[in-house]
Design a protein around this ligand. Structure first.
Ligand code: ADP
Length: 485
């Protein structure tokens, strides 16, 4: 595979189903490539409906014992998983960079971030509180208890190959649910390595299974099978809508973390250096391939030129390269399609009057590398105003008034993350309340943490991951009415 690991057993080319490492029924496989150079890393099973059904059956069989453990007992097991994730941080980071492309420092950060959800929800397993409610008559008592939703399915994307899994699996398992995960076919090795460590941590067989292979086949079984009570998905709005439709037939609960079109607003009274620093991280993290990446930078006219100048200086200094090379801050995009989309967005913008300040083309390294780009004089008629670019292209729009900024920011069907920079306290409140988004970074460009509720509104999805709210997505409310007292 060309991957050098301290513990080579973390790299698995089989799926983990019902506590066993298995191949596809027909032996089919999918080759996984390194996006930095196109080299084959290895292969994983190409599974379909039959294997998925077995993983679901195993998850159902594991439910009774897992659910009747106390929260404290589940917490102890999850805590071991957390410890193992951190103990193997370096190997997990190397696997991630090799299959996903992000710089090693970002992969290390993602493993710590992924682990933080396991730690947090291990703790929350002990805090699944119910309620008592005063009854309407004195011969009754009303009690509310919380119970696990049941067998859950997760479909996850390639941009955060570890964290998008732990964010779902940790609260599910903490709540007493069991789960079948289908990772993205570009990044299955990170998912399988998480399973190796889950097994070592003592998570019982069937409680967490991982099925790689055909998205449509696995997805259709996960959504059609009546045993699955909940689907949690992170990915595109297009596929999210399809999955919601498929889940309707069996009325499954869904949690959806879908696309974004984050505005990043810089007001005249902003601390410009802080805004540039925030924009760098909000735009260029993971080469622009996160659903909370700044997609549209809106700058007030009085500071527009100064912002563009300072931002350009910072972007010129970004080192593009292979993620395992020391000093790399921008890796390759995930595949050729991603590069094509960046090229289309830039060509469309230039044709409509956009001005390239930095980049604007493929990077000299070739392959999937695209140069970090700044497009000034961007206007709302450009495709990039409406579409999530998922690339290191930063279009900068101009606005005059606070009202105009809010109108532009909200002029989208998406509502995931948003950001603004300004110091006036009245404006901070007005804008924070007016932005139609699930998350608002105020003088901050990096807001994700396991302690806070991550999620979107409008067509960016439903449900929240992380925080005390995150575990509620995996719990049912049961009302007990006790009479005859
Ligand atoms: P992206 O554009 O970020 O790759 P997608 O929404 O296409 O996002 O993919 C996210 C996840 O959804 C991946 O695991 C992918 O394999 C899966 N997926 C894609 N198409 C389908 C489908 N029709 N049914 C179920 N899962 C799908």
């Amino acid at each position: 595979s060309g991957i050098r690991l301290q513990d080579p057993t973390l790299l698995r080319q089989q799926c983990y189903i019902d506590g066993a490492w298995v191949d596809a029924d027909q032996g089919a496989t999918i080759v996984v490539e390194n996006p930095a150079n196109g080299a084959a890393i290895g292969s994983v099973p190409k599974m379909g409906r039959a294997e998925t059904r077995r993983a679901i059956d195993a998850a159902a069989a594991a439910m009774p014992a897992w659910q009747t453990k106390s929260g404290k007992e589940r917490a102890a097991i999850l805590r071991k998983w957390f410890d193992l994730l951190l103990a193997n941080q370096e190997d997990l980071a190397v696997i991630m960079t090799t299959e996903q492309g992000k710089p090693l420092a970002e992969s290390r950060g993602e493993i710590a971030y992924a682990a933080s959800y396991v730690e947090w929800f291990a703790e929350e397993a002990k805090r699944v509180y119910g309620d008592t409610i005063p009854a309407p008559t004195s011969d009754r008592r009303i009690v509310v208890i919380k119970q696990p939703v049941g067998v859950c399915a997760a479909i996850t994307p390639w941009n955060f190959p570890a964290a998008m899994i732990t964010r779902k699996a940790a609260p599910a398992l903490a709540a007493g649910c069991t789960m079948v995960v289908k990772p993205a076919s570009q990044t299955p090795f990170s998912a399988l390595a998480l399973c190796v460590l889950a097994e070592r941590a003592g998570i019982p067989r069937g409680v967490l299974s991982c099925v790689t292979g055909s998205a449509t086949e696995i997805g259709s079984e996960l959504t059609a099978n009546p045993t699955v009570r909940k689907l949690t998905f992170t990915g595109s709005t297009e596929i999210g809508k399809l999955l919601i439709q498929q889940c309707a037939a069996t009325v499954k609960k869904t949690s959806m973390e879908l696309g974004g079109n984050a505005p990043f607003i810089v007001f005249d009274d902003a601390d410009l250096d802080a805004a540039v620093k925030g924009a760098m991280i909000a735009k260029y993290r993971n080469a622009g391939q996160t659903c909370v990446c700044a997609n549209r930078i809106l700058v007030q006219e009085g500071v527009y030129d100064a912002f563009v100048e300072r931002f350009a200086a910072a972007v010129c200094a970004l080192k593009v390269g292979h993620g395992l090379e020391a000093g790399t801050v921008i890796g390759p995009l995930i595949d050729a399609n991603a590069v094509g989309k960046a090229e289309e967005h830039v060509a469309d913008a230039v044709q409509k009057g956009g001005r390239i300040v930095v980049g604007g083309k493929r990077h000299a390294l070739g392959g999937n590398f695209y140069a970090p780009t700044i497009l000034a004089d961007a206007t709302p008629d450009m495709a990039i105003f409406r579409e999530e670019t998922f690339s290191p292209v930063a279009p900068i729009f101009r606005f005059k008034t606070e009202e105009e900024a809010i109108r532009m920011a909200n002029d989208t069907e998406f509502g995931l993350a948003s950001y603004f920079y300004g110091r006036d306290i009245g404006r901070v409140w007005r804008v924070a309340e007016a932005l139609e988004y699930g998350m608002v970074g105020i003088n901050e460009g990096l807001i994700s943490t396991e302690l806070a509720p991550f999620g979107g509104i409008k067509e960016s999805g439903n449900g929240r991951e992380g925080s005390k709210y995150g575990i509620q997505d995996y719990l049912e409310i049961k009302y007990l009415c006790m009479g005859g007292i």
